[in-house]
Write a protein that binds this ligand. Structure first.
Ligand code: P6P
Length: 291
């Protein structure tokens, strides 16, 4: 727990340590993918078939993140419930391999981390840090804390070097990426998508981290929208929406569930889904104006 003299010292340690654990684990996770492309006969709490890689990366991160003294809870997209890990005040969430279905076509994937101050399930406003690793042609990591976003290259030994500091979305947007099947989009989202498609270039790779990283780099908007068949969308608020919304808002962009910032969304349960819209502020404002 915090001591009076250094009220933020522990929080810095816990956040920095969690970032360090994920960075140092990234080369190992990347190195372990080739042999773990197979499906298990298990499903996660969201009903998705788990790959051997999902389970393996999850176990590895759970062990290392719960070893951080100030971490009291761990939760993952791949686990039903919260893992109690002592009396630390921080709760960490992971999507250990976001976009693991991209393993088969050898496309991008990512690892998403959220560090919440307080128990889970938690609203995005409780986040004190968030990060993602992108397994692309090179391994990069983006971290956000105290309003600042930093991009790192992660070396093969797990060390990292900052390549972009105080990252902000470019003023002029260039790309968009929208998930779900077009016939399943609601009319109001389809209207918005038509407008945006006339202005920006399509960049959609099927793994949120790869698509969001394009938006962070080039400016634009990523959405996994409300669907006719699934008004709550596909992505999980706790593990994907909140951390990514926190990172994009820290980079001067905006996030939304269609009505309000993802960080203000009501949290009822750990694996609840939410529509996710993140990107340049005016593009998100235009979406909300049409909803
Ligand atoms: P679809 C990956 O499975 C994921 O959770 C996100 O990373 C990604 O944005 C989305 O689902 C892709 O979904 O329906 O396009 O395969």
């Amino acid at each position: 727990m915090h001591d009076a003299e250094s009220p933020t010292a522990d929080s810095d340690d816990a956040i920095a340590e969690a970032f360090e654990v994920v960075a140092r684990s990234a080369p190992e996770i990347r190195g372990g993918l080739a042999g773990r492309r197979g499906k298990t006969d298990e499903q996660n709490a969201s009903g998705e078939t788990q790959l051997a890689a999902d389970v393996w990366a999850d176990d590895l991160l759970e062990e290392r993140l719960t070893a951080i003294e100030e971490v009291g809870q761990f939760a993952s997209e791949e686990r039903d419930g919260v893992v109690e890990a002592g009396d630390g005040e921080y709760a960490v969430t992971v999507d250990p391999l976001d976009g693991s279905s991209n393993l088969k076509p050898n496309n991008t994937m990512g690892t998403i981390l959220g560090v919440y101050d307080g128990d889970l399930p938690a609203p995005g406003r409780n986040l004190v840090g968030a990060a993602y690793v992108l397994y692309g042609p090179i391994t990069t990591m983006v971290t956000a804390r105290e309003g600042e976003v930093t991009e790192y290259v992660v070396e093969n030994d797990g060390s990292r070097r900052a390549v972009r500091e105080d990252v902000t979305l470019p003023e002029e947007p260039t790309v968009y990426g929208f998930g779900g099947r077009v016939p399943n989009w609601t009319d109001r989202f389809a209207d918005y998508a038509r407008e945006v498609a006339n202005e920006l270039k399509l960049r959609y790779g099927g793994a949120m981290i790869g698509d969001v990283n394009q938006v962070l780099t080039y400016g634009g908007v990523f959405a996994y929208p409300e669907l006719e068949s699934r008004p709550e969308g596909k992505l999980r608020l706790q593990f994907e929406g909140n951390p990514i919304g926190y990172i994009i808002e820290s980079a001067g962009g905006a996030s939304s569930d269609g009505e309000t910032s993802l960080l203000d969304a009501e949290v009822e349960e750990l694996h609840q889904r939410t529509p996710v819209y993140v990107g340049n502020r005016d593009l998100i404002e235009r979406l909300e104006a049409g909803f």
